[in-house]
Design a protein around this ligand. Structure first.
Ligand SMILES: NC(=O)c1ccc[n+]([C@@H]2O[C@H](COP(=O)([O-])OP(=O)(O)OC[C@H]3O[C@@H](n4cnc5c(N)ncnc54)[C@H](OP(=O)(O)O)[C@@H]3O)[C@@H](O)[C@H]2O)c1
Length: 359
């Protein structure tokens, strides 16, 4: 393999997504060999501990992590990779941490590219968004984050390509959350109380442990903001108008336990809402970016059953991209928009995309 290259990954966050990514990299060795790419993971870390192995992880890395991981500081990881003169460094952010994002600029200044599943860096104040991009440019480094919106679906890349080629995008609209997709697809189809559907979604592992995080709409709002910024709109999170589905009386001041015991209080309001619909309509929780009027909205709407959004099933996400060339009929991207396997695969695709640009 004379032209082969070695990519060195430092994986931060070894929960659902991070550990699945490591597993997928190990299982993809044959395909990577064919592309003459070797991926070594010399360091993995969670919020407190790091495990170092200059030869890379073995298939029993999680046992090694249990036994040999040590408390760490970011500088120690940077010194470790520098002392081994590792090239083609990529930091993977598979955390959901706001604190970790503070490491992006120092990582880039110390030679790392960044591949992230964490939405925080792209949804903090616009000044940070700009500073990060200026730092990346100065150090000739890349930041890829396809999994921030729609997990493994190619949303960001499609929008970047359209926008970069001068296509005028007028609107992006869709169901961006797997859990809320499932909840309203089920609730609109079957005569079940809302609280029952919510419980089913939770049992399937689709919602956060506290389902109010999904129902608040904030996650959809973050995704919408990320898409808006791809189109060079200098929007901020507080400019997204969000219709929260959590009634004020059950909001964050109520404990999770209280919320769970009172969750049936959601049934009547949603039943009232659905009873106003015609037989042809269904409820969907959508994100909508109107580029022309520069508005970002997250809201519960009625949709025609026959429309692309109305026909959604299971926990799929859907993105409709309206542009000048596509006219009235939007470009539609649909599929599993959440889950550790598709998200980890999306991170790995970003790593491969990046590795194709590296020497
Ligand atoms: N799961 C999905 O379907 C999906 C889809 C798209 C995007 N994402 C995104 O992927 C990311 C990871 O999700 P997940 O489901 O894998 O989360 P998770 O299971 O909760 O794992 C999070 C990991 O991050 C670590 N961590 C937290 N703070 C850290 C810090 N400051 N420095 C280093 N590590 C830190 C945690 O370590 P400790 O155990 O020490 O806290 C844990 O190992 C999130 O940003 C999520 O929004 C997930």
């Amino acid at each position: 393999m004379s032209n082969s290259k070695t990519i060195n990954l430092v994986v931060f966050g070894i929960g659902n997504v991070g550990s699945t990514l490591i597993q997928q990299i190990q299982a993809a060795k044959k395909q990577l060999d064919q592309q003459q790419v070797a991926i070594r993971i010399p360091v993995v870390a969670n919020s407190e501990l790091a495990f170092y192995n200059e030869d890379g992880l073995t298939p029993t890395w999680d046992c090694d992590f249990q036994k040999f991981s040590v408390p760490y500081k970011l500088d120690e990881i940077i010194n470790f990779v520098n002392s081994h003169q590792f090239q083609n460094l990529i930091a993977i952010d598979a955390t959901a941490s706001t604190d970790f994002v503070k490491n992006y600029v120092p990582l880039v200044e110390n030679g790392f590219h960044i591949v992230s599943a964490n939405k925080v860096a792209n949804t903090l104040h616009y000044d940070f968004y700009k500073t990060l991009r200026n730092t990346l440019k100065k150090h000739n480094k890349s930041f890829l984050y396809e999994t921030n919106v729609g997990a493994g679906l190619p949303i960001i890349e499609t929008i970047k390509n359209l926008y970069g080629s001068g296509e005028k995008i007028t609107k992006i609209r869709g169901v961006f959350s797997g859990s809320l997709s499932y909840i309203f697809n089920e609730f609109s189809e079957k005569a079940k109380p809302f609280s029952k559907v919510l419980k089913e979604a939770s049992n399937l592992g689709l919602t956060e442990p506290d389902a109010r995080e999904d129902l608040s709409g904030n996650d959809v709002a973050r995704k919408l903001l990320i898409l808006a910024r791809e189109l060079n709109l200098k929007a901020e999170f507080n400019q997204v108008s969000v219709e929260s589905l959590v009634p004020k009386k059950l909001n964050g001041k109520t404990t999770l336990h209280q919320f769970k015991t009172r969750v049936k209080e959601l049934d009547d309001p949603f039943q009232n809402r659905i009873s106003t619909l015609s037989n042809d309509d269904v409820l969907r929780y959508v994100g909508e970016l109107d580029v022309v009027n520069q508005t970002l909205e997250v809201k519960l709407v009625s949709e025609k059953k026959q429309s692309a959004i109305g026909q959604l099933r299971g926990a799929d996400s859907i993105f409709e991209i309206f542009t000048e060339s596509y006219g009235e009929n939007p470009l539609v991207i649909q599929g599993a928009g959440a889950g550790k396997a598709v998200t980890a695969r999306g991170l790995l695709s970003d790593v491969i995309k990046l590795s194709n640009q590296l020497n």
